[in-house]
Design a binder for this molecule. Sequence first.
Ligand code: MSP
Length: 511
Amino acid sequence: MKPTFYITTPIYYVNGAPHIGHAYTSIASDVLARFKRLDGYDVFFLTGTDEHGQKVEKAAAAAGLDPQRFTDQIAADFRDMAEKMGISFDDFIRTTEDRHKVSCAELWRRIAAADQIYLGHYEGWYAVRDEAFYDEGELVTRPDGSKAAPSGAPVEWVREPSYFFRLSAWQDRLLRFYDENPDFIAPPGRRNEVVSFVRSGLRDLSVSRTSFRWGIPVPGDPAHVMYVWLDALTNYVTACGFPDPAAPRWHFWPADLHVIGKDILRFHAVYWPAFLMAAGLPVPKRVTSNGWWTVEGEKMSKSLGNVIAPRELVATYGLDQVRYFLLREKPFGGDGTLSHQALVTRINVELANDLGNLAQRTLALIARNCEGKLPERGAPTAEDAALLDASAALPALLRERLDRQAFHEALDEAWKVIRAANAYIDHQAPWALRKTDPARMAAVLRVLADALRVVATVLQPFMPGSMASMLDQLGVPADARMLAALAQPLPGGIALPAPSGVFPRYVEQAA
Ligand code: MSP
């Protein structure tokens, strides 16, 4: 039996079109899902849309559509974005689906049956943009004197009957849980934030609303709809078939990894485990949070008109180029800026030159001088062995880096080998060996082909299309592209297809 791996993206609010921030979290999750599949895991990769709540209801009203029609349109657009970004999801969940309504109602009943929900009255601040309640002490004062959420979102004073979840009762259990599971929250700096938030004291959480209708009704009290975050977080168990213990995907629960943005860590690392513990369900193994992208150093905003649409970015630079850039440019947990110049430099230097040219030179020399057939392995020299050993170490290095969601470090390891291979080809100069020592030339080209095979294999999760093309050109059969297949060398003498460039240079359009 294969080991299982369950990974999720956040489910996206359908209040507007997808932007690069959404695409980023999904691409990062996709790289991990693909890597685990390559490493022999039975992967369940979930993405989807978060469709209830006041924020979506208001956006629908502004568009002059009823919420269901509005969410149908935008959810379809998010699904299209995921497909265009190469997101290899196994399921796309929408919180307006019946399976999710059933799941939420049952989770609520279990929490209520454990006496963890009571009826009361909420009076306090609410930010619709964040769909979050804030204490007075958390608010900031804007230059015009108005109050805002720490995120900058406007707040309004809300007074209404509400059900509460006894979050305060879970403080010690949560702290013990973080203590016993030091890897539950990543990166480590964020873990400290969460622990000190919980240690500073938890208040009971309002988990229902009565002032609008666009949500899942509270079981037994349809005047209330569930708080959108309780509804949204539940998506992760719905997709496993909750509450049916015989559902084909129930064995995937608990999730191995929730990939989220840093702004929604509290919901995932505090509220979600508390809800699950209260319902008597196992809690996820890890929550990892990414930093934010700005654009040319500025925050993305509709008013600045600098919101980056992922599909347009891909049309300009290419899909694998964008995926590579987003994961290479900044550490996952930190913030970074997306700039045209940085993108072009990485495309032209790292992809077109370092990797693309290396493959093109190697494959063209094989096509020209080895009758287009993969050379046999020769007896390795010390230089050959050094490059082969460095490439053979890559799968384990990437596995370790990616288990920490250190994407840029994983790519850096691959590029160390790529740079070593470039130094090797320059030093060995196989083109000069053609006349003097053709057997050695063939052996050198074979070392390069073997190193490139490893590099292309481990980079498949990052750049699936380009690496498939590179593996085709290297003569690697479709069933020999898993990490485990690297132990088996390809037979010499197989005919290779005519080489063709994988990474074109980005050329500036004339103004
Ligand atoms: N619906 C909630 C998530 C519910 S999960 C049970 C939500 N949706 S969102 O559409 O607003 O944001 C989804 C993700 O996009 C978040 O993880 C957020 O951090 C991420 N990003 C939004 N803007 C971003 C950037 N500018 N940069 C990087 N990621 C950002 O929150």
